[in-house]
Design a protein around this ligand. Structure first.
Ligand SMILES: NC(=O)c1ccc[n+]([C@@H]2O[C@H](COP(=O)([O-])OP(=O)(O)OC[C@H]3O[C@@H](n4cnc5c(N)ncnc54)[C@H](OP(=O)(O)O)[C@@H]3O)[C@@H](O)[C@H]2O)c1
Length: 250
């Protein structure tokens, strides 16, 4: 007699728009059972209906909100994968320096990941599972207009590098996604041309294709990623010369 098929389970936080919504749609087509979170129920519930997922509204910038949501998710299911897709972005010219913007983007791009790990580790240690943090290729180096966004993204990447070996010893695979530009309400704010801009469905496919691999980083598109990684290796004098010539004067 054949055994009934048990669907794989995942929790996506930041699932109502952009890459998170495309991930929900892609995973549901593959038969995954989903928990879907975001702040606004109005945009989350239609995604839950379309994907057969369960909507669970939360605010990831509030530690208690994530802790309560994790209690609900793990009391009712056994997700093997949690994807953190929350983020916020606002370009800021240096002469319009805005400490409040730094605080806001630090909460949504860095502290949200800290709060998520705090809520998840007690549930996953021993039992195992994968946590995927959507970081950004912007974490690789500071670029003009991007400081309030790229600084917390760099912090998230650094945190994940530091935690991965120890979490791996207790069965938790902590990984990062470092996309280049992916069309969304965030990139719509950019006043410049974005090289190799991808549609969210394409980005989601790249991510889903690598869910069962074990590497630390899922990064794309390759051409942009390698250019940025090369920039990261350059001495500062050369790096700032390139930024001045190729970014500021364009
Ligand atoms: N787009 C890009 O080019 C790009 C590139 C590299 C990395 N990333 C990163 O990828 C992730 C997704 O980006 P995206 O462009 O797809 O963003 P998006 O379209 O704005 O979607 C973000 C999702 O997160 C939810 N969200 C935002 N703040 C939240 C909060 N405090 N609590 C709970 N949910 C929250 C949003 O719904 P609500 O507003 O209803 O809460 C939405 O579902 C972000 O971490 C972003 O930094 C994006």
């Amino acid at each position: 007699m054949t055994q009934p098929h048990t669907p794989r389970e995942a929790w996506i936080i930041g699932a109502s728009q952009g890459m998170g919504r495309a991930l929900a749609e892609g995973l549901s087509r593959q038969g995954w059972k989903l928990w879907l979170s975001a702040r606004s129920r109005g945009t989350l519930e239609p995604v839950a209906e379309r994907t057969g997922g369960t909507a669970l509204a939360l605010d990831a910038t509030e530690a208690e909100s994530l802790r309560e949501a994790a209690e609900t998710v793990f009391a009712n299911s056994q997700p093997e994968l949690v994807i953190m897709n929350v983020g916020d972005y606002q370009p800021m010219p240096a002469v319009e320096f805005d400490a409040g913007l730094f605080e806001r983007l630090n909460r949504s791009n860095y502290l949200s990941c800290v709060y998520l790990l705090d809520a998840l580790i007690p549930h996953l240690r021993g039992r195992g599972g994968q946590i995927l943090l959507n970081v950004s290729a912007a974490a690789f180096r500071g670029l003009p207009l991007g400081a309030p966004y790229s600084a917390p993204k760099a912090a998230t990447l650094n945190m994940a590098e530091a935690l991965r070996p120890e979490l791996s010893a207790v069965g938790i695979s902590l990984r990062v996604i470092n996309p280049g530009f992916v069309r969304s309400r965030l990139t719509d704010k950019n006043p410049f041309n974005m090289p190799l801009l991808l549609e969210p469905e394409v980005a989601a496919r790249r991510i889903i294709d690598q869910i069962d691999s074990s590497g630390f980083e899922i990064a794309f598109p390759r051409r942009l990623i390698w250019t940025l990684k090369l920039l990261r290796c350059l001495p500062y004098r050369l790096y700032f010369w390139i930024v001045d010539r190729w970014v500021l004067r364009r």
